[in-house]
Design a protein around this ligand. Structure first.
Ligand code: PLP
Length: 445
């Protein structure tokens, strides 16, 4: 039996209708080096989605491999209750140094969803300690995505992922966002801010925090938002005593052209959630960073019952922390945040070909990412979900050496921030070839 058949006998893949795999089985990968994934037939794929938005430095980075080996000589994982270790201490010190100034305490977990859960629970408990038990709801954007656990789903607004579980999610407030591609931007931004203000005015006594993905709302459709818009919402949160919870799980570590997207909106959040690129995606690790103000509200004699009773077995996994330390060191020494800005320029310069296609619209750029909407080249309209246009493009892209996994009708590139100009050009060229093939199929149906 070959590997693909063996895989389908035992594995259940995420976000996947397994029946589709009968005709289009998952690719069996053998190696991943630099920007490329290589399958068992030696066909390569540029990792144009950074392996679910994690891999900023390329795969099998020798310094990361070395860092794992170094740490493994001492130990791999030890519990973080009653014990601590140098990799976690060093990493927390570094994170406190490089994150916005409110971030003075680091709480570890092991994936993006748990980092969000931690922030939500800390925020609720903080308000309890302040005698404001009613402040236990959250606001999030329509179309937000903050993870797949129940709490994270509750503050998300992505029906495709979460509508099935609506009944078990807790009640929250949703607020409109505005995409930079909105033709009525000014008018809709004013409306969104007014709606947010009304919500806060009416419900601030029951709202603990506002959770948001700054600048790029990923899984909800790569919606790009303006820093000035977010800045105004954050200022309103301050005015009404509502925590700001910045979800930079996907945007953190240079992705948007600054180390953190919050910097561009001058937001100093009460909570900052990070994961994915923190370890270059090599091992699962996440952090929820928060302020001394929040931390101090939990700091008391034991019998005051203010302990934060939350943790995970793999909290502050030492190998993960060692890799994260190395990742941050490479980011700094190789000036990669600046390179992310260069990538945006290379993308902007090399995408004229894409603009000539009639199956895409709303091309937009942010740091090492770009996104576009797929549309019917004949009718100029958006596709209905039954057409599964994204799935078609994924299959075509694989032939052309690129991983294009649209979110609904939204196609995107989410490139490692080490890409050179030549690599960006090569990837855009393969993306163009894939879209030409898609357009041809659509026109000749
Ligand atoms: C913005 C954002 N928040 C949270 C998550 C959840 O992270 P995880 O899949 O590690 O639970 C994701 C995952 O894609 C994300 O993009």
């Amino acid at each position: 039996m070959n590997w693909s058949t063996r895989n389908l006998k035992v594995n259940w893949h995420p976000y996947t209708q397994m029946k589709d795999c009968e005709n289009d089985p998952p690719v069996v990968l053998e190696k991943a080096v630099g920007l490329k994934l290589i399958d068992e037939n030696q066909h390569y794929y540029y990792d144009t989605v950074s392996s679910w938005w994690c891999n900023i430095l390329g795969h099998s980075h020798p310094k990361i491999t070395e860092a794992i080996h170094r740490q493994l000589k001492d130990f791999g994982h030890v519990m973080f209750g009653g014990f601590t270790h140098k990799p976690a201490i060093t990493l927390s010190e570094k994170l406190v140094e490089i994150t916005p100034s409110n971030c003075e305490r680091i709480f570890y977990s092991d994936n993006g969803s748990t980092a969000i859960e931690v922030a939500l629970k800390m925020s609720i408990q903080y308000w309890q300690h302040k005698g404001k038990e009613n402040k236990n709801k959250f606001i999030s954007f329509d179309g937000a995505y903050h993870g797949d656990t129940i709490g994270a789903m509750s503050v998300s607004g992505t029906d495709l992922f979460h509508s099935t579980f609506h009944a078990v999610c807790f009640e929250n407030f949703k607020t409109p966002t505005v995409s930079i591609t909105d033709p009525n931007y000014d008018q809709n931004e004013a409306k969104a801010i007014a709606a947010f203000k009304t919500l806060l005015k009416t419900h601030h006594h029951e709202i603990a925090g506002f959770v948001f993905e700054p600048l790029v709302m990923g899984a909800g459709g790569m919606i790009h938002t303006k820093p000035s818009f977010l800045k105004q919402l954050a200022a309103l949160c301050k005015e009404y005593n509502i925590h700001t919870i910045a979800d930079e799980i996907a945007t953190g570590f240079g992705r948007t052209g600054t180390l953190f997207a919050c910097e561009q909106a001058s937001i100093n959040p009460d909570f900052l959630c990070l994961s994915k690129a923190l370890t270059n995606g090599t091992l699962p690790l996440a952090v929820t960073c928060t302020s001394s103000e929040i931390y101090n509200a939990f700091y008391a004699d034991y019998n005051e019952h203010k302990t934060f009773y939350h943790g995970h077995t793999f909290t502050a996994n030492a190998l993960g922390c060692a890799i994260a330390n190395e990742t941050l060191s490479i980011l700094e020494t190789e000036n990669l945040v600046q390179n992310s800005r260069h990538i945006e320029s290379y993308l902007r310069e090399s995408t004229d070909s894409l603009r000539s296609l009639s199956c895409i619209s709303n091309l937009r750029f942010k740091g090492s990412t770009l996104a576009f909407e797929l549309k019917n080249p004949v009718t100029n309209k958006a596709f209905t979900s039954e057409k599964r246009i994204g799935y078609q493009l994924f299959k075509i892209g694989k032939k052309h050496h690129v991983i294009l996994r649209p979110l609904g009708n939204t196609g995107y590139l989410y490139l490692p921030i080490v890409c050179s100009k030549e690599e960006v050009q090569q990837i855009v060229s393969h993306t163009y070839e894939s879209l030409v093939e898609l357009e041809h199929e659509l026109k000749n149906r």
